[in-house]
Design a protein around this ligand. Sequence first.
Ligand code: ATP
Ligand code: MG
Length: 422
Amino acid sequence: MTGACAHIIAVGSELLTASRIDTNSLAVTERLNAIGMAIAAKLVVGDDRKQIAAAMHDSLDHADLVVVTGGLGPTDDDVTREAAAAVFGVPLQEDATILEGIRRRFASRGLEMPEINRRQAMVPEGAEVLSNPRGTAPGLWIEEGLRRLLLLPGPPQEMQPMLDAWAARHGERLGGGMHIVRRVLKVANVSESHVEEMAQPVYARWRESGVPLSVTILAAPGQIELHLTATAASAKEADAALDPAVDDLVEALHGHVFTTRGETLEAVVGRLLLESGSTIALAESCTGGLLASRLTDIPGSSAYVLGGVVAYSNALKIDLLGVPAALIDEHGAVSEPVAVAMADGVKARSRASLGVGITGIAGPGGGSSAKPVGTVAIALSTPEGAKVRMQIFRGDRHQIKFGATQAALDDIRRLFVRAAAQ
Ligand code: ATP
Ligand code: MG
């Protein structure tokens, strides 16, 4: 049995400019997938009543459900409500309960309701009102035979709880009882074709599985993602098919997989540091503190990140990290011995259990034939001694910096994986 399909329409002229990106459709996709609905199409439309109505009209003809986000606000450019009423050929009526709710919301902040907010109490005849605990605009649910339209507010923090409440009420019936469950495996510092080569033999084994499994490979900056999806009558059944499939892939990818739950690499490394009671300090040159920034993006990182030094100049590498000047003269600032001296230096000075040294050429200038742009030396100073390697990263300055932090994080992760295997 196949599930139903939906269209998503994101309304907002700002979403058609380079300054804003539609993220609501991603959250809607995730929620609808979870109730067994596939997304057949999505569209971004400006704040124009005719354009919105045309999009709704077309989508209602082609999908079992149409979800629209945005344009439910009180201002003149918020016209989603009017478009929906026109498409269903019904009048808009003022809803006294909504109006009272909006009045109370303003009153609770000691304010009088501006007259323009009255528009948010207008409801297309026959629509079900979905309350909005986090804002003034209520959502609307219109179902007329096979034409089903869900209108949600644009602000993501208002949209999400309303969508969840709607799914709890109508999800089971409309999703056809199917559940789509997804697992996200991520691999750092390995090329897409290598990942594909290692994973291919595993896919063949899944053909015998009673539950259909699909896999998509996505190349993201500094990592490859494998999205594994199972469609089944229950989440439990989907999980039962996914568990062994995920295990198979993890094994086939030889320890390269750093998460099977979609986590970021810094979150995984943070957890490993925390669980092992380790502390870390960073000495960064070409990454300019990006590694420290990523590690401290994780809540609770103060338990294991002691700090870092951005030592861009040779003088600072010598003064703050104790890198011998002779080492720089002999091997150059971008070299394995200097990276090791940086890692050892920051570890000794901070008394961390782990020191990281990164030195490289982020470009676009400064490369040579021996050390082209993108050459980075990454060193880890551990209680058992130092490990160091050179790698050449591709891309622009930003991509090289990110790639180097990704490689360093994966090297740290591997320290713990190896320790666990012993
Ligand atoms: P409001 O009462 O805030 O006007 P609304 O339903 O009219 O609600 P919009 O005016 O369309 O919503 O959008 C309000 C804000 O919500 C936008 O400025 C934007 O920050 C955010 N937003 C809207 N649509 C999206 C979207 N598709 N993805 C991410 N953010 C969005
Ligand atoms: Mg608005």
